[in-house]
Design a protein around this ligand. Structure first.
Ligand code: ZN
Length: 125
């Protein structure tokens, strides 16, 4: 191996390691930037940045026919109580990943997991 070969090898190894690191942090960043968007009758009523949730939180949202109870933690969101008859939204369980959604048609409540678009504060009420 000449000196140049060694330099080349070191450069290749460095690039490989760096690209792994970049991919790792991109993936990590994506997870941290998850936002739960709660909509009632098509309008956004709350946007919650999940990475900022320190402990499990329960909040209520006024839907078309009544209050929906929503549980939020750093990993995801779910509806734990709803005034609808079918309770499909409760059975949908946790929405955790990007583009997951929970929909309650009778109550017109929609919860979507999205990626963070801009900076906004956590709304817990
Ligand atoms: Zn429902």
């Amino acid at each position: 191996m000449t000196k140049n070969d060694k330099v080349l090898l070191i450069i290749i190894i460095t690039i490989t390691v760096l690209s792994f690191l970049v991919l790792y942090f991109l993936k990590l960043g994506r997870d941290e930037d998850k936002v739960a968007i709660i909509k009632v009758k098509g309008k956004v009523v709350q946007e919650i940045q999940l990475s900022r949730i320190k402990e499990d939180t329960t909040l209520s949202v006024d839907g078309l026919i009544g209050k929906a109870m929503i549980e939020v933690n750093k990993d995801g969101v779910r509806i734990i109580d709803a005034p609808c008859k079918d309770k499909i939204c409760i059975h949908m369980n946790w929405a955790k990943h990007h583009s997951d959604s929970i929909i309650c048609i009778p109550n017109q409540v929609v919860i979507e997991i999205n990626e963070k678009k801009e900076n906004f504060d956590v709304v817990t009420e």
